[in-house]
Ligand binder design. Sequence first.
Ligand code: APR
Ligand code: PHB
Length: 393
Amino acid sequence: MRTQVGIVGAGPAGLLLSHLLDLQGIESVVLESRSRSYVEARVRAGVLEHGTVELLRETGLGDRLVREGLRHEGVELRFDGRGHRIDFAELTGGRSITVYGQQEVVKDLVAARVAAGGAVLFEVSEVAVHDLDGDRPSISYVDAAGNAQTLECDVIAGCDGFHGICRPSVPAGALSMLERVYPFAWLGILAETPPSSHELIYTNSDRGFALHSMRSPQVTRNYLQVPPDTRLDDWPDDRIWTELQTRMELADGGFTLAAGPLIEKSVTAMRSFVVEPMQYGRLFLAGDSAHIVPPTGAKGLNLAVADVRALSRALGTFYSTGSTEGLDAYSETCLRRVWRVQHFSGWMTSMLHRFPDDDRFSGGIQRSQLRYTVSSRAAATTLAENYVGLPFD
Ligand code: APR
Ligand code: PHB
């Protein structure tokens, strides 16, 4: 089999890339190891930046997003038992974020690819990439029926996430991996109960970080900072609800978190990770295969979208003019945004979490940072403009 762009991974990065290429008349094949239903059901974050929403709308993916997504014009930072609103709309000239689950984005993308007759092959195995440094790279795999196949292409997009095979297929020494691991994890729950606030609440408490989020007017999503080795068995539902309520308590007693039946429960480790460069020969890495951010700024999906937007444009130039200028600049273009987002996500993480070795000095700095962020217009604007997302390059 032959195609122009071979894409490994049908997460948001791989699927959106395939869609954006199709709009420019460029052919691609997406190879995914999981099943369609698994990919569509995988619960992840759910905050879309202003520019992400615009891109999805402009490229015909906005119908359900506009109907069902929840547009938010601010968030709350809560500490010392008091809440402080950061007003995105006011601080960023009317920009906002939209709460819409990542798996809903994935469902919309799969539906769009299927409707356009796009090749998305699920349940393939033994995927391997070859000849990355020539101009005829290929991908070998075993299809869902058990037949060995080879896909020849001009370019390979490694959109196979942090644990994928593309990044490790690059010869040793060609890429630098830069990493920071945090001494805590997030325990996340999805519950069938209406949100207890109109906007997200990021809480710094003496007992650790807590986040109140949502998916719809009927479904809430909450997170607790927990030790990295946490076992879910140690967290029965009522312990989770009590801990969330305690951490999010207001000094005037004016906050009650509505509890309800859990739909999902998981523990996610936290790390910051960057690979430099995001390219080797004809292999281009995009999304989680190239970088991971801690979830405190809700940036993972948005960064993946920015990568594939850049890659689809560079490939558009390549196929229309033969120039590799855009492709050659891909890594540098993406890494500028990646490092901005690494800083923002790391900053939010350090401001809101309790670190095991915190002394009173670091505690004093953290509290001062929080107070400054909610009281200085300049500092609040820094949070707001990064949170709604800086403009694409
Ligand atoms: N062969 C084929 N597919 C693979 C392989 C492989 N060897 N390894 C992994 N995959 C698939 C995974 O099953 C997954 O569907 O690649 C896909 C990668 O998707 P994501 O992990 O969702 O990564 P990405 O598309 O970059 O999206 C980034 O997802 O993880 C979140 O926080 C992250 O929100 C961000 C977004
Ligand atoms: C979520 O709703 O899943 C979510 C929201 C904000 C974050 C992270 C996750 O910072």
